[in-house]
Design a protein around this ligand. Structure first.
Ligand SMILES: [Zn+2]
Length: 293
Protein backbone atom coordinates (compact mmCIF):
# COMPACT_ATOMS: atom_id res chain seq x y z
CA UNK A 1 0.00 0.00 0.00
CA UNK A 2 1.64 3.22 -1.14
CA UNK A 3 0.68 6.33 0.79
CA UNK A 4 0.62 9.62 -1.07
CA UNK A 5 -0.25 11.58 2.04
CA UNK A 6 0.81 11.59 5.67
CA UNK A 7 -1.81 10.01 7.97
CA UNK A 8 -1.46 12.83 10.52
CA UNK A 9 -1.59 16.02 8.45
CA UNK A 10 -3.04 14.58 5.24
CA UNK A 11 -0.48 16.51 3.17
CA UNK A 12 1.83 15.25 0.47
CA UNK A 13 5.14 16.56 1.75
CA UNK A 14 7.14 13.33 2.01
CA UNK A 15 10.89 13.02 1.68
CA UNK A 16 12.87 9.75 1.44
CA UNK A 17 15.33 9.50 4.35
CA UNK A 18 16.45 5.86 4.07
CA UNK A 19 16.47 3.44 1.18
CA UNK A 20 17.70 -0.09 0.57
CA UNK A 21 16.70 -2.77 -1.91
CA UNK A 22 13.54 -3.74 0.01
CA UNK A 23 12.54 -0.56 1.78
CA UNK A 24 11.90 3.09 1.23
CA UNK A 25 11.51 5.13 4.42
CA UNK A 26 9.92 8.57 4.13
CA UNK A 27 9.46 11.49 6.51
CA UNK A 28 6.58 13.96 6.49
CA UNK A 29 8.24 17.36 6.46
CA UNK A 30 5.20 18.95 8.15
CA UNK A 31 5.04 16.95 11.35
CA UNK A 32 7.96 14.50 11.33
CA UNK A 33 6.04 11.24 10.99
CA UNK A 34 8.37 8.62 9.46
CA UNK A 35 7.20 5.43 7.76
CA UNK A 36 8.02 2.73 5.25
CA UNK A 37 6.39 3.58 1.94
CA UNK A 38 4.87 1.53 0.44
CA UNK A 39 3.74 -0.41 3.53
CA UNK A 40 4.06 -4.18 2.86
CA UNK A 41 0.89 -6.21 2.29
CA UNK A 42 -0.82 -7.67 5.37
CA UNK A 43 -0.05 -11.23 4.20
CA UNK A 44 3.62 -10.30 4.14
CA UNK A 45 3.41 -8.86 7.67
CA UNK A 46 2.02 -12.09 9.12
CA UNK A 47 4.99 -14.03 7.74
CA UNK A 48 7.42 -12.00 9.85
CA UNK A 49 6.30 -13.62 13.09
CA UNK A 50 7.13 -17.29 12.69
CA UNK A 51 8.94 -19.32 15.31
CA UNK A 52 12.18 -17.85 13.94
CA UNK A 53 11.14 -14.36 15.04
CA UNK A 54 11.27 -15.47 18.66
CA UNK A 55 14.47 -17.42 18.30
CA UNK A 56 16.95 -16.15 15.79
CA UNK A 57 20.08 -17.27 17.53
CA UNK A 58 21.17 -19.58 14.74
CA UNK A 59 24.78 -20.70 14.58
CA UNK A 60 24.79 -19.65 10.94
CA UNK A 61 25.10 -15.86 10.95
CA UNK A 62 23.39 -15.47 7.60
CA UNK A 63 20.23 -16.99 9.02
CA UNK A 64 20.13 -14.67 12.01
CA UNK A 65 17.03 -12.59 11.63
CA UNK A 66 16.23 -9.22 13.04
CA UNK A 67 13.66 -10.40 15.57
CA UNK A 68 14.41 -11.53 19.09
CA UNK A 69 17.74 -13.13 19.80
CA UNK A 70 16.09 -15.67 22.03
CA UNK A 71 12.87 -14.46 23.58
CA UNK A 72 12.49 -17.38 25.98
CA UNK A 73 16.05 -16.91 27.25
CA UNK A 74 15.38 -13.23 27.79
CA UNK A 75 12.35 -14.24 29.88
CA UNK A 76 13.76 -13.03 33.19
CA UNK A 77 14.38 -9.54 31.81
CA UNK A 78 11.10 -9.30 29.96
CA UNK A 79 9.22 -10.30 33.13
CA UNK A 80 11.06 -7.76 35.26
CA UNK A 81 10.33 -5.09 32.63
CA UNK A 82 6.63 -5.95 32.79
CA UNK A 83 6.62 -5.76 36.58
CA UNK A 84 7.99 -2.21 36.37
CA UNK A 85 5.37 -1.20 33.80
CA UNK A 86 2.55 -2.71 35.88
CA UNK A 87 3.73 -0.78 38.96
CA UNK A 88 3.72 2.45 36.93
CA UNK A 89 0.26 1.60 35.65
CA UNK A 90 -1.06 1.45 39.23
CA UNK A 91 -0.54 5.21 39.52
CA UNK A 92 -3.45 5.60 37.12
CA UNK A 93 -5.68 2.60 37.72
CA UNK A 94 -6.08 -0.07 40.40
CA UNK A 95 -5.26 -3.66 39.45
CA UNK A 96 -8.79 -4.89 39.09
CA UNK A 97 -10.74 -5.59 35.95
CA UNK A 98 -9.59 -6.77 32.57
CA UNK A 99 -6.23 -6.17 31.00
CA UNK A 100 -5.44 -6.97 27.38
CA UNK A 101 -1.85 -7.47 26.26
CA UNK A 102 -1.68 -6.90 22.51
CA UNK A 103 1.16 -8.75 20.84
CA UNK A 104 1.63 -10.80 23.99
CA UNK A 105 4.35 -12.99 22.41
CA UNK A 106 5.20 -15.84 24.78
CA UNK A 107 2.80 -14.54 27.44
CA UNK A 108 5.23 -13.28 30.08
CA UNK A 109 3.25 -10.04 30.42
CA UNK A 110 -0.09 -11.84 30.72
CA UNK A 111 1.31 -14.04 33.45
CA UNK A 112 2.86 -11.10 35.38
CA UNK A 113 -0.41 -9.15 35.13
CA UNK A 114 -2.33 -12.13 36.54
CA UNK A 115 0.07 -12.26 39.49
CA UNK A 116 -0.72 -8.58 40.16
CA UNK A 117 -4.43 -9.30 40.29
CA UNK A 118 -5.53 -8.36 36.78
CA UNK A 119 -7.86 -10.53 34.77
CA UNK A 120 -5.37 -10.72 31.93
CA UNK A 121 -5.88 -11.83 28.34
CA UNK A 122 -3.39 -11.77 25.48
CA UNK A 123 -3.63 -11.69 21.72
CA UNK A 124 -0.90 -12.30 19.17
CA UNK A 125 -0.84 -12.80 15.42
CA UNK A 126 1.85 -15.47 15.76
CA UNK A 127 0.54 -19.04 15.77
CA UNK A 128 3.75 -20.18 17.39
CA UNK A 129 3.42 -17.65 20.24
CA UNK A 130 -0.24 -18.51 20.91
CA UNK A 131 0.53 -22.24 21.02
CA UNK A 132 3.35 -21.59 23.48
CA UNK A 133 1.03 -19.54 25.74
CA UNK A 134 -1.74 -22.14 25.68
CA UNK A 135 0.73 -24.81 26.68
CA UNK A 136 1.36 -22.64 29.74
CA UNK A 137 -2.39 -22.33 30.47
CA UNK A 138 -2.60 -18.62 29.67
CA UNK A 139 -5.72 -16.98 28.24
CA UNK A 140 -4.48 -16.05 24.79
CA UNK A 141 -6.15 -15.78 21.39
CA UNK A 142 -4.65 -15.63 17.94
CA UNK A 143 -5.53 -12.56 15.92
CA UNK A 144 -4.85 -8.91 15.36
CA UNK A 145 -6.36 -6.11 17.41
CA UNK A 146 -7.88 -4.45 14.35
CA UNK A 147 -10.11 -7.48 13.68
CA UNK A 148 -10.56 -9.31 16.97
CA UNK A 149 -13.87 -9.17 18.87
CA UNK A 150 -14.40 -9.49 22.62
CA UNK A 151 -17.78 -9.58 24.35
CA UNK A 152 -16.51 -7.20 27.03
CA UNK A 153 -14.44 -4.02 27.34
CA UNK A 154 -11.07 -3.66 29.01
CA UNK A 155 -9.81 -1.40 31.80
CA UNK A 156 -6.29 -1.52 30.40
CA UNK A 157 -4.75 -2.23 27.01
CA UNK A 158 -1.02 -2.87 26.89
CA UNK A 159 0.82 -2.48 23.61
CA UNK A 160 4.53 -2.81 24.19
CA UNK A 161 6.52 -2.35 20.99
CA UNK A 162 3.54 -2.98 18.73
CA UNK A 163 2.61 0.35 17.13
CA UNK A 164 5.75 0.37 14.98
CA UNK A 165 4.66 -2.99 13.50
CA UNK A 166 1.03 -2.32 12.60
CA UNK A 167 -0.43 -1.79 9.16
CA UNK A 168 -2.17 1.47 10.07
CA UNK A 169 -1.56 3.08 13.49
CA UNK A 170 -4.74 5.20 13.38
CA UNK A 171 -6.94 2.17 12.73
CA UNK A 172 -5.09 0.38 15.55
CA UNK A 173 -5.45 3.22 18.08
CA UNK A 174 -9.12 3.81 17.27
CA UNK A 175 -9.86 0.12 17.74
CA UNK A 176 -7.98 0.16 21.06
CA UNK A 177 -10.16 3.12 22.06
CA UNK A 178 -13.34 1.19 21.20
CA UNK A 179 -12.19 -1.78 23.26
CA UNK A 180 -11.43 0.31 26.36
CA UNK A 181 -13.95 1.30 28.99
CA UNK A 182 -14.40 5.02 29.42
CA UNK A 183 -11.51 6.14 31.67
CA UNK A 184 -9.51 3.06 30.67
CA UNK A 185 -5.75 3.28 30.23
CA UNK A 186 -3.65 2.53 27.17
CA UNK A 187 0.06 1.77 27.49
CA UNK A 188 2.36 2.21 24.51
CA UNK A 189 6.10 1.71 24.10
CA UNK A 190 8.12 2.05 20.94
CA UNK A 191 11.46 3.20 19.52
CA UNK A 192 11.92 6.97 19.54
CA UNK A 193 13.14 8.20 16.18
CA UNK A 194 14.35 11.39 17.87
CA UNK A 195 16.25 9.58 20.63
CA UNK A 196 19.92 10.37 21.15
CA UNK A 197 20.98 7.07 19.60
CA UNK A 198 18.72 7.53 16.55
CA UNK A 199 19.92 11.10 16.03
CA UNK A 200 23.61 10.26 16.10
CA UNK A 201 23.12 7.28 13.78
CA UNK A 202 20.98 9.20 11.30
CA UNK A 203 20.07 7.08 8.29
CA UNK A 204 22.24 4.27 9.73
CA UNK A 205 19.88 3.87 12.70
CA UNK A 206 19.36 0.13 13.19
CA UNK A 207 15.62 0.51 13.40
CA UNK A 208 15.32 1.47 9.73
CA UNK A 209 16.83 -1.95 8.99
CA UNK A 210 14.33 -4.02 10.97
CA UNK A 211 11.98 -5.35 8.35
CA UNK A 212 9.14 -5.71 10.88
CA UNK A 213 9.23 -2.01 11.76
CA UNK A 214 7.06 0.12 9.49
CA UNK A 215 6.46 3.31 11.47
CA UNK A 216 9.01 5.43 13.30
CA UNK A 217 7.65 7.83 15.86
CA UNK A 218 8.84 10.64 18.07
CA UNK A 219 7.09 12.07 21.16
CA UNK A 220 5.34 14.73 19.10
CA UNK A 221 3.91 12.39 16.43
CA UNK A 222 2.68 9.96 19.11
CA UNK A 223 0.92 12.78 20.95
CA UNK A 224 -0.76 13.84 17.71
CA UNK A 225 -1.85 10.29 16.84
CA UNK A 226 -3.22 9.78 20.37
CA UNK A 227 -5.14 13.05 20.26
CA UNK A 228 -6.64 12.25 16.84
CA UNK A 229 -7.74 8.85 18.21
CA UNK A 230 -9.44 10.32 21.28
CA UNK A 231 -6.81 9.78 23.98
CA UNK A 232 -5.36 12.11 26.59
CA UNK A 233 -1.66 11.59 27.42
CA UNK A 234 -1.08 10.88 31.13
CA UNK A 235 2.65 10.22 31.15
CA UNK A 236 5.57 10.07 28.77
CA UNK A 237 9.06 8.79 29.52
CA UNK A 238 12.20 7.04 28.39
CA UNK A 239 12.07 3.26 28.50
CA UNK A 240 15.10 1.51 29.98
CA UNK A 241 15.74 -2.01 28.77
CA UNK A 242 17.54 -4.75 30.63
CA UNK A 243 19.53 -6.84 28.20
CA UNK A 244 22.38 -9.28 27.90
CA UNK A 245 25.48 -7.79 26.26
CA UNK A 246 25.77 -10.93 24.15
CA UNK A 247 22.39 -10.11 22.66
CA UNK A 248 23.42 -6.59 21.72
CA UNK A 249 26.36 -8.13 19.90
CA UNK A 250 24.21 -10.65 18.01
CA UNK A 251 21.69 -8.00 17.01
CA UNK A 252 24.33 -5.59 15.80
CA UNK A 253 25.81 -8.36 13.69
CA UNK A 254 22.44 -9.23 12.16
CA UNK A 255 21.52 -5.62 11.34
CA UNK A 256 24.74 -4.62 9.66
CA UNK A 257 26.33 -7.87 8.42
CA UNK A 258 29.60 -6.00 8.42
CA UNK A 259 32.88 -7.59 9.62
CA UNK A 260 33.89 -4.42 11.47
CA UNK A 261 30.61 -4.33 13.40
CA UNK A 262 31.11 -8.01 14.23
CA UNK A 263 34.50 -7.16 15.74
CA UNK A 264 32.97 -4.29 17.67
CA UNK A 265 30.26 -6.63 18.95
CA UNK A 266 32.86 -9.16 20.12
CA UNK A 267 34.77 -6.37 21.87
CA UNK A 268 31.58 -5.28 23.60
CA UNK A 269 30.97 -8.80 24.87
CA UNK A 270 34.55 -8.92 26.14
CA UNK A 271 34.24 -5.59 28.00
CA UNK A 272 31.11 -6.80 29.78
CA UNK A 273 32.92 -10.00 30.75
CA UNK A 274 35.78 -8.01 32.29
CA UNK A 275 33.36 -5.98 34.38
CA UNK A 276 31.59 -9.21 35.28
CA UNK A 277 28.10 -7.88 34.68
CA UNK A 278 25.43 -10.31 33.64
CA UNK A 279 23.19 -7.70 32.11
CA UNK A 280 22.96 -4.00 31.45
CA UNK A 281 20.03 -1.63 31.90
CA UNK A 282 20.26 0.92 29.15
CA UNK A 283 18.19 3.55 27.38
CA UNK A 284 18.22 1.99 23.93
CA UNK A 285 16.27 4.80 22.34
CA UNK A 286 12.79 3.66 23.36
CA UNK A 287 9.96 5.69 24.87
CA UNK A 288 6.64 4.91 26.56
CA UNK A 289 3.26 6.58 27.02
CA UNK A 290 0.29 6.11 29.29
CA UNK A 291 -2.89 7.58 27.84
CA UNK A 292 -6.48 7.71 29.02
CA UNK A 293 -9.58 7.28 26.91
ZN1 LIG B 1 2.32 14.89 8.18
Amino acid sequence: MKLDNCIICGKNNLKTIYKDKDRNVVECLNDGLVFVNPIPQKEQLAKYYSKEYFKTNFPDEEKQGSGFVNYALEEKFIRSGFKDKLSKLEKFIKPQGRLLDVGCALGFGVSEAEKKGWNAVGIDISKYAVKYCKKNSLKVRQGELEKIKFRYKFSVIFTSHILEHVHDPLVFLRKAGEMLKSGGVLYLAMPNQKSFIARIMGSKWFDYRREQHLWFYNPSTIRKLLTISGFEVLEYGIEYNKILPKHIAIRLRSYYKNPLITKLAILLEFIFKIFGSESATLPLGNMYFFARK
